[in-house]
Design a protein around this ligand. Sequence first.
Ligand code: ADP
Ligand code: GLC
Length: 486
Amino acid sequence: MLPLKLLFVTPEITPIIKTGGLADVSAALPTALQERGVDVRVLIPGYTHVMEALPHKRHVTELMNTGAHGEVHLLEATLPDGVTLLIIDHPQSYERDGGPYIDHNGHDWVDNAQRFGLLSKVGAILGGSLSPLDWHPDIVQCNDWQSALTPAYLHFSPGPNPATVMTIHNMAFQGVFPPVLTTQLGLPASSFGVNGVEYHGQLSFLKAGLYYANHITTVSPTYAEEIQQEPLGFGMQGLLAERYLDLTGIINGIDKHEWNPASDPHLPHPYSADDLSGKAANKAALQHKLGLEVNPDIPLLGIISRLTHQKGLDLLPSIAPALLAMPVQIVILGSGSSELETAFILLAQKSPNQVAAVIGFNEGLSHQIEAGADIFLMPSRFEPCGLNQMYSQCYGTPPIVHATGGLADTVVDATPENIANGSATGFVFKHATAHRLQECIERAISAWHDKEIWQKIQQNGMRRDFSWNRSAAEYMALYENLLGRD
Ligand code: ADP
Ligand code: GLC
């Protein structure tokens, strides 16, 4: 059989441009699929970062019919793992200082509808019958709202068309814009309705993807259930519940080349499940680096996160005094809401021996926290999948998580029964309140003091298979099914 051809459309890819887990998925999933014989190409906007990170780009073609954008070119580069990256070269849209979605002041770029309308449009051009390439994908997979108009454009294009998959990484981000943009972005006026791209009187990119894609996936089975109801459906629960037969939850994997404590170049002391001795040395190095008291007997809680309402970290400041009295140490690496950034900076200033707050994005430090912390904290109110709780299990740093989405699907609570049967890998609490979080932290710390039990929980997590193999196989089965090949 000919290899399955997949066009993977995404606004982020690790390590070139990343604001969250979507970037990690966009790097690792195509690689895992290529290893399984899929002929995959990843389409991404030519942001400044992309243009600078990839000096060896080849010109592929000029793209016509992109709407009001003028000259648009398609470039191509090969990533170190052999995956082909297709890059949209349109400097007016993408080459600017700042983030992919926001400027230096934290405001959305005013032309985001046009910028990601263009990404979606190019996805549709390359997927459709009028593509200038002689490579025609069987499947076009879109990721989050930034590429979610692609299925709508394809729906209104002359066929034959590829099958489309809309992958939801986070329902909270929907790409909602004034209705007039529907026709300005080249969609027919008739698409602006309940049975189309309209959402509460506005144009919603995500709604377009959810309505027009042949299939919808999201990044964990529990989240696939949760988004069919309020509140996590964020207004789309009706549509998703109606399409439940076309909705599949596939848990993300993690990149074992990037996240392996035995070979992680960011760690001063490598270690493994069979020999955990290096972990204590990483803890000491982290305490030293961040100015905390270097003491193996104080449990160290680690946090790496976007600081937003989703992540539930606003629950921490009110219980911090009680925790610090236990005593514990807390390390926070993150950025986001200025209120939360300030709260954590103040906490660190008040207790510099016990709390370190590093505001910003720091890949190396994130690996050192995963390795050096004793316990990882992830009290997210909702979490479509979550990657850090999987990284932390691989690093022998059992996570404390709220029972939601992918956290519920990937962490096994250390109940007496699960400890006895060897399945426990972390600590799970229901109801995202400060009180429940505090109880769970206390439960984890008392387990930490029992070194024998603790080591078992660590090793259970480290020996679990979170690799992309399993998830990639599920995506393959889904693609084959969509193409009627199974
Ligand atoms: P989300 O995508 O919702 O932010 P995930 O857990 O899926 O959550 O992925 C977050 C990714 O971003 C992880 O790889 C995590 O390590 C990384 N990350 C988040 N904040 C930071 C930070 N301040 N510095 C370094 N890495 C970070
Ligand atoms: C989103 C979600 C996160 C998920 C990531 C990758 O950013 O918030 O839970 O792990 O996408 O799918």
